[in-house]
Ligand binder design. Structure first.
Ligand code: UDP
Length: 161
């Protein structure tokens, strides 16, 4: 298979990670960012915001009819969120593994949810669950101009060139 060295065809995979309001209130932002940095992923976008109900209903469009949706809105608007885009090989699936299952009771130690949370309604972090979901969520939360294309100086050490 021919691969051009300059275009790095497999490094452009991106995912959306958000530290939810409980994670921000509990001062977990730094520890969560550290896990993605130390794994070798590249940060390409980051911002802090108070989420609107409108944005939330688009983000969770498949959940708006669920019985827990009203409490999910209260939770997600209870303080600021820190939302990020991370890039790297297999980042969508690897991030889901790092974050752990939706219900922290089922999350292994070593995952973000398994280390920092107890209950499904306060599970600290969001991670896109598929490539398509990641693309949709990134477009929803970020403008293209706010995502940076940049070469990290250690890229040759974390990625096959
Ligand atoms: N959630 C909840 N109760 C439930 C299921 C989900 O409060 O019974 C919340 C929880 O915060 C979860 C979010 O809704 O992270 C989105 O649910 P989803 O099934 O998309 O899980 P995720 O992709 O976040 O693991």
């Amino acid at each position: 298979l021919h691969r051009s060295k300059s275009t790095h065809p497999d490094v452009k995979e991106r995912t959306l990670i958000a530290v939810k309001p409980d994670g921000v209130h509990r001062r977990l932002v730094g520890q969560i960012i550290q896990r993605f940095e130390q794994r070798g992923f590249k940060l390409v976008g980051l911002k802090m915001l108070q989420v609107s109900e409108d944005l939330l209903s688009q983000h969770y469009c498949q959940l708006t009819s669920k019985p827990f949706y009203p409490s999910l809105v209260d939770y997600m608007t209870s303080g600021p969120v820190v939302v990020m885009v991370w890039e790297g090989h297999n980042v969508v699936q690897s991030s889901r593994t790092m974050v752990g299952p939706t219900d922290p009771a089922a999350a292994p130690a070593g995952t973000v949810r398994g280390d920092f949370s107890i209950h499904v309604s306060r599970n600290v972090v969001h991670a896109s669950d598929s490539l398509e979901g990641a693309q949709r969520e990134i477009q929803l939360w970020f403008q293209g101009k706010d995502l940076l294309n940049w070469d990290c100086c250690d890229q040759s050490l974390t990625m096959e060139e």
